[in-house]
Ligand binder design. Structure first.
Ligand SMILES: Nc1ncnc2c1ncn2[C@@H]1O[C@H](COP(=O)(O)OP(=O)(O)O)[C@@H](O)[C@H]1O
Ligand SMILES: Cc1ncc(C[n+]2csc(CCOP(=O)(O)OP(=O)(O)O)c2C)c(N)n1
Ligand SMILES: [Mg+2]
Length: 293
């Protein structure tokens, strides 16, 4: 066994509950009585998800935003969060960023746990809980042949911001890298209309590959149609670096979309590879996006 994908594949043998959606989705979908809870947990690690010298207020923002993004992908309304915190050098700034994002999205802090690092690399976790807002909670498994493939926003902004921050380049906006915006309103508006939806955390191409695999379809993507926030010569990087937290979804072509989104391709019956990038079949996910090894 090696790396994230193999470990999650092994976990699938344990995660039998239908709410786990075979670990093939952004969040668990747990029906309780007449309510449907949406549950997700994401961690961030110093040096892996954020730069060691970053303002802890931004780290708090990103930790909450990346989890709310998974709720957004299921069209959920946040109910609250639980924080797993490792004490650091400026906990007051962390609390400032935490208050900022929880106030911005009106999300209560419900609890959590606090530990000291003991010298280990700093790792923070967050569990976000939401409730479904549409009767069918969008999944990754129901993309329908004939439907269009769409993305919100522009991709590559996080990559550009990261590089600017790391290399101390002024005049390049790094806000999207430091403080991503979870597409909660968009997710709720889209949820009743889409055939499938997910957020893009690991890069458009890898996450499209996952969507195609989960739905057993082929996604034909026209790379030139994807709006990017990076120089043209960085287009492939913008499509594969990740950290943009936009929504990727499929919908019937005649759907009147309630939020701005760009059609970047279409869903086809599976014929060979899960992805067709500018008509080139791609059947190996290596190099398409970010994975933990
Ligand atoms: N350590 C773990 N234990 C249980 N489930 C996990 C673990 N790591 C990942 N998963 C599950 O695997 C799936 C894919 O995870 P991931 O790619 O991190 O999703 P996302 O990008 O939406 O955060 C999700 O259903 C997630 O809940
Ligand atoms: C300091 C730093 N180096 C590299 C990256 C690039 N990076 C790290 S993790 C990641 C993808 C998202 O993280 P992941 O843990 O895979 O989130 P999930 O898919 O579980 O939501 C990206 C683009 C970064 N964000 N920060
Ligand atoms: Mg995750």
């Amino acid at each position: 066994m090696k790396g994230e994908a193999d470990f999650i594949a092994a976990l699938r043998a344990i995660a039998h509950h239908p709410a786990a959606r075979m670990l093939n989705d952004d969040a668990a979908v747990l029906a309780i009585g007449s309510e449907t809870l949406i549950l997700t947990h994401d961690m961030i690690v110093e040096g892996v998800h954020y730069l060691p010298d970053q303002d802890p207020a931004d780290i708090a923002w990103k930790l909450v935003a990346t989890n709310l993004s998974d709720l957004a992908a299921k069209g959920a309304k946040p109910v609250g969060v639980l924080l797993g915190y490792m004490l650091g050098e400026n906990d007051t700034r962390f609390l400032k960023g935490l208050r900022d994002i929880l106030n911005t999205y009106d999300v209560p802090l419900l609890g959590g746990d606090t530990v000291s690092s003991g010298g280990a690399s700093r790792t923070l976790g967050l569990t976000a809980i939401g409730t479904a807002t549409s009767t069918t909670v969008p999944s990754r498994t129901a993309a329908m042949p004939g439907h269009g493939l769409y993305v919100t926003g522009r991709l590559g902004a996080a990559m550009m911001g990261f590089e600017a921050l790391r290399n101390h380049i002024p005049n390049i906006d790094n806000t999207v890298y430091r403080r991503p915006i979870p597409r909660l309103t968009e997710g709720q508006a889209l949820a009743p209309l889409v055939s499938s939806m997910m957020d893009i955390s690991d890069g458009l191409l890898l996450d499209s590959w996952r969507l195609a695999t989960a739905s057993n379809v082929t996604l034909a993507i026209k790379s030139q149609c994807v709006p990017i926030a990076a120089p043209e010569e960085r287009r492939y990087d913008a499509l594969s670096w990740g950290d943009d937290y936009e929504l990727l979804f499929t919908a019937a072509s005649d759907t009147s979309l309630p939020v701005p989104a760009t059609r970047i391709g279409e869903v086809k019956e599976r014929n060979g590879a899960p992805l067709l990038l500018d008509s080139n079949p791609i059947s190996d996910p290596a190099g398409l996006g970010y994975t933990h090894n």
